[in-house]
Ligand binder design. Structure first.
Ligand SMILES: [Fe+2]
Ligand SMILES: [Fe+2]
Length: 194
C-alpha cells in the first residue's frame, strides 16, 4: 500500500513545504491541498482512537490472568498516553487544532476485546489468549495507520512530522512483538491444557 503513495510527489509537496515553514496562519487549512486535508483528517481519527485506548486499556489490565500480560498492558497504557501527546505535537507543528474524530474501527476493536472478557472465565489462560489476539488486532490497526501516515507526511514534504510518526510506529511494532512473545512463550501452551 505504501508503494501506491510513492508516486504522489508533485509540485504540491514543494508548495506545502513552503507553506509549512512560513508564518503560522490560523485559517491556512482553507487553501491546503486535498491530500493535506485528508492527512489531517486521518490524524484526527487516530487521535480519537489513541484517546479511546487510554480509556479502554485499564479494563484489559484488570482482566488479564498472567502478571506478564497485565504488566505489558499497563506499560502500553503509559506509552499510549505518549502517543496522544505526540499527535498533539504533530497538530501543533502543522498549525492545526488537535481535534478528535470518532474512529468506528477502534470502537469495534475495543468492543471485541470487551466481549472476549465476558465470554471467558476470569483467571484462565484462555482469557489471556483472547486478550492477546484482541490487543494485536488493535496494534495492527495502529501499525497500518502510522505506517501510511508516516509515508504521507514524507510525500507532503514534512520530514519532522514523518519522524515523530515513525517513533510511534516503532513502539506499536514493539508492543505487537511483546504480545506475540507472551503468547508463544507460555500462554498458548497453558491454555491448551485448560
Ligand atoms: Fe498507540
Ligand atoms: Fe498501541
Amino acid at each position: 500500500m505504501a508503494s501506491q503513495q510513492k508516486g504522489g510527489r508533485s509540485h504540491k509537496s514543494a508548495s506545502e513545504r513552503t507553506r509549512q515553514t512560513g508564518e503560522s496562519e490560523a485559517e491556512s487549512s482553507a487553501d491546503d491541498s486535498e491530500l493535506q486535508d485528508f492527512f489531517v483528517d486521518e490524524l484526527k481519527d487516530i487521535y480519537w482512537a489513541e484517546k479511546h485506548l487510554v480509556k479502554s486499556l485499564p479494563k484489559l489490565v484488570k482482566a488479564s490472568t498472567s502478571e506478564e500480560l497485565r504488566n505489558a498492558f499497563q506499560e502500553h497504557l503509559a506509552i499510549t498516553q505518549e502517543h496522544v501527546s505526540r499527535l498533539e505535537e504533530v497538530f501543533s507543528l502543522m498549525d492545526e487544532k488537535a481535534v478528535a474524530k470518532k474512529c468506528d474501527a477502534m470502537v469495534g476493536l475495543v468492543e471485541e476485546a470487551n466481549s472476549i472478557i465476558s465470554d471467558t472465565d476470569a483467571g484462565t489462560m484462555t482469557r489471556d489468549v483472547g486478550l492477546i489476539i484482541a490487543a494485536q488486532k488493535v496494534e495492527h490497526y495502529e501499525i497500518a495507520t502510522y505506517g501510511s501516515l508516516r509515508t504521507l507526511a514524507r510525500v507532503l514534504g514534512n520530514e519532522e512530522v514523518a519522524s515523530i510518526l515513525q517513533t510511534t510506529l516503532d513502539e506499536e511494532e514493539e508492543a505487537d512483538k511483546t504480545l506475540s512473545g507472551i503468547a508463544e512463550s507460555y500462554v498458548n501452551e497453558q491454555a491448551s491444557r485448560e
